[in-house]
Write a protein that binds this ligand. Structure first.
Ligand SMILES: *Cc1c(COP(=O)(O)O)cnc(C)c1O
Length: 364
């Protein structure tokens, strides 16, 4: 009997996530020096990690023999103070990607529907399919989530609605008023998942707390991977009702978040100077990249996040040619946008290098 005959059939049809190309892979494949490669493919922080977080992580490493605090006590206390909520309302994950999967564990069964925009973060669709549920994809309008269309896609079978704002890959955001009205009109059996991976780049991120106090079924997801610069350590969190936090805690692994990541995350929350620098660097870089691309006559999608969609014509070719020049961006074919690439906003010199490489590619 073949192995595949034994496998849960949905695993055989499960699509595979295509991450941003790692620097070492590109170096190996093209015979380049990894030190000279610039990765602008995964919306990572050009400032690196917060120095306070690195110091705390290093201290934690000295006790690598001990299991971590499976309840993330210190981190949840700190997050509770930051958001003005109770520690019981928080659940910490191995990146916010883990929380997306835990939502699938808690809510999804075959026959359920999950409403999401397209293009939006691909992991929503992967999680939906993993649990045998049906993704209901609603096209964006002018690269932005159309909440009226999303509301119309909700049926009695809908269990979850995913909304990232700012959205990845478009960088567009929805307003607080739009989001509040949308959630208040959702039927009772629907849980609203608000993915706020890039919320800290907004001047006024939408506040979910009024919805929580009204007893709405909502969860906000945040991550330490972007503005906090800790993508490698895999820490994200959700804030929601104590009841839903409890359900999510029930289905996670006992030690899902390692102690080094927990220590780094706690310290990063105190590093307000780093956060401010990261925001300022991004605002400057976003203006620099946007205007330089517009001057070149290229179409962009105005972004409120730390990345930018650029229409380059043949996205696969431009991706490959930039890579040959040591600059990694993200081709957008997996998101159904083959003419576009997504570029992370870097520090000023990194953005210049990307632009110079792009000019070379267009000159060929
Ligand atoms: C980067 C990103 C995340 C964060 O994922 P982690 O698992 O926390 O690293 C979540 N959602 C979106 C839309 C993202 O772009």
């Amino acid at each position: 009997m073949t192995l595949s005959a034994l496998v849960n059939p949905s695993v055989l049809t499960q699509p595979v996530y295509e991450p941003g190309k790692p620097i070492d892979d590109v170096a190996r494949e093209l015979g380049l020096d990894p030190a000279g490669i610039l990765k602008l493919a995964s919306n990572e922080n050009p400032l690196g990690p917060s120095p306070l977080a690195v110091a705390a992580a290093t201290r934690a490493l000295a006790h690598g023999e001990l299991y971590p605090d499976g309840g993330c006590f210190v981190l949840r206390q700190k997050l509770a103070a930051r958001h003005g909520l109770a520690a019981e309302q928080f659940v910490v994950g191995n990146g916010s990607n883990e929380l997306l999967e835990l939502l699938g564990h808690v809510f999804l069964r075959p026959g359920d529907e999950v409403v999401m925009g397209a293009p939006a973060f691909i992991v929503y669709k992967l999680v939906t399919l993993l649990f045998g549920a049906r993704p209901v994809e609603v096209p964006l309008v002018a690269h932005r989530h159309d909440l009226d269309a999303l509301a119309r896609a909700v049926t009695p079978r809908t269990k979850l609605v995913f909304l990232p704002s700012p959205n990845n890959p478009t960088g567009t955001a929805n307003t607080e008023a739009e989001i509040h009205a949308f959630v208040r009109a959702l039927p009772e059996q629907v849980v609203f998942v608000f993915d706020e991976a890039y919320a800290e780049y907004l001047d006024n991120p939408p506040d979910l707390r009024p919805l929580l106090s009204e007893g709405r079924k909502v969860i906000g997801l945040r991550t330490f991977s972007k503005i906090f610069g800790l993508a490698s350590l895999r820490v994200g969190y959700g804030y929601t009702s104590a009841e839903l936090a409890g359900l999510l805690n029930r289905v996670r692994q006992p030690f899902n978040v390692n102690a080094i990541g927990q220590a780094a995350a706690v310290a990063a929350l105190d590093d307000t100077d780093f956060m401010a620098r990261a925001r300022a660097t991004n605002a400057t870089g976003l203006r620099q990249l946007s205007s330089a691309l517009i001057v070149r006559g290229l179409e962009i999608v105005p972004s409120e996040a730390n990345f930018l969609l650029v229409r380059v014509g043949d996205g696969a070719r431009v991706f490959a040619e930039l890579q040959r020049r040591g600059v990694i961006v993200r081709p957008m074919k997996p998101y159904g946008m083959p003419e576009w690439v997504r570029v992370t906003v870097g520090a000023p010199a990194q953005n210049e290098r990307f632009l110079a490489a792009l000019d070379q590619v267009f000159a060929t």
